[in-house]
Design a protein around this ligand. Sequence first.
Ligand code: ZN
Length: 435
Amino acid sequence: MEPTKFLKIASEKISNNPHSRLSLLTTGLLNKPDCIIDIHTHIFDEKCLTVAYILLRLLKSKIFESIGLELFSSDSLIAKKEAEIYDDLEIKTSDVEGEWQRLENEIESLVEIIEPIELFGFDLKEAFKVLKKQSMLEVYDNYIDNFSILKLPEFENRPFIAGILMMDLETGWGIKPEKKLFQQIIEIKQILLQRPIVPFLPVDPRRADHNDPNENLYDLFLSAFTDPETPFFGVKCYPSLGYLPSDLRLDPIFQICAEKNIPVLTHCGGEIVSTFKKSIQVCDSTGEFEFTIPGDSRTERAKYLNDPELWIPVLDKYPKLKLDFAHFGGDTNWKNHHESGKNDRITTILKMMKNPNWKVFTDFSFNVVEKELFNAFGKELNMNPDISDKIMFGTDYWVVLPAGDLLGMQKEFLAQMKDHQTTLLQSAPLNYLIS
Ligand SMILES: [Zn+2]
């Protein structure tokens, strides 16, 4: 679909009232004064992903930091280097089932090796168990039943809503999951009828070049947001998968998001899920061109693409746009903050949040399993009361599972942030979602 046609239809068909994009179920809970919100969760199952994605995520997990890879034979999936995994991404394996089975066996044997030493094995197994669920609904239910704050006695029985963030790895990494993005959208719409969620649609400028309505960025956006029964609520960006937020192909999307009060959430944390390419196609007012991503390594290039300052032209153009920098800069930056008392990226995000012309938010998801970061975060909360209504609680379920004890750490985190619980869990996310 052409951008001009998209803008016309979207302007006419999408309401600027965010309440109209909530399901009946979600509205009922959100209207209750004690409703609490986890703004950042994922419920994709193995059919939305590939073995390669899991391997890349696992390599980042603490287990691999702590045990090293020498334990594995050279043909082991787990022992593969990142670049090798990436090379495999585009090979369409004829035996998807077999590959998952092989990975499961390797993880089983890994758990046997490290269980006596570390408890982390439990969490890795949990993450894999989540993946093996048959549907996203089951993955969601597993979250509510085992890992959400509703399992903590102090939050039991509270009305609860989860932000569900989708990812477009199909475009970002060129992987071929069993469930295509448009099929995942349909499945999420079904869940909207049964569970209180606010789903976020992933956008990627490269999809603007597709002709097939099942693949095209603007067609997918309209199919997600103009469904009166089960509309999507927000938009998810992941620039480190290989694009700039200022790419002109995204401009119509942000124009509509600003006009219609649709919140945008962008990954602004770790670099592990990022493009392996050194240059990307970018579209600006001069046309489309090849852009060499600054940086000498994949991590540095991802860091560049995740830079919050790349959003400045977008925010200048659309000051009404509500934008959440997810993970508040990420755990590496918070570790640095913890050690040195400050951190450039965190300072940048804080500064952007304080700009009175913009509506910039953040969430502390993923970092909630890392206890050593709580003091630094608490300090910033205390020092910046003027923006406390823009700092949100989030978990990053389920990708956070191998990184730590999610439920136990949430308990500790919320106990330590006692004075800020209401803003983190209620007023800030409400402000972001429906103000
Ligand atoms: Zn996430």
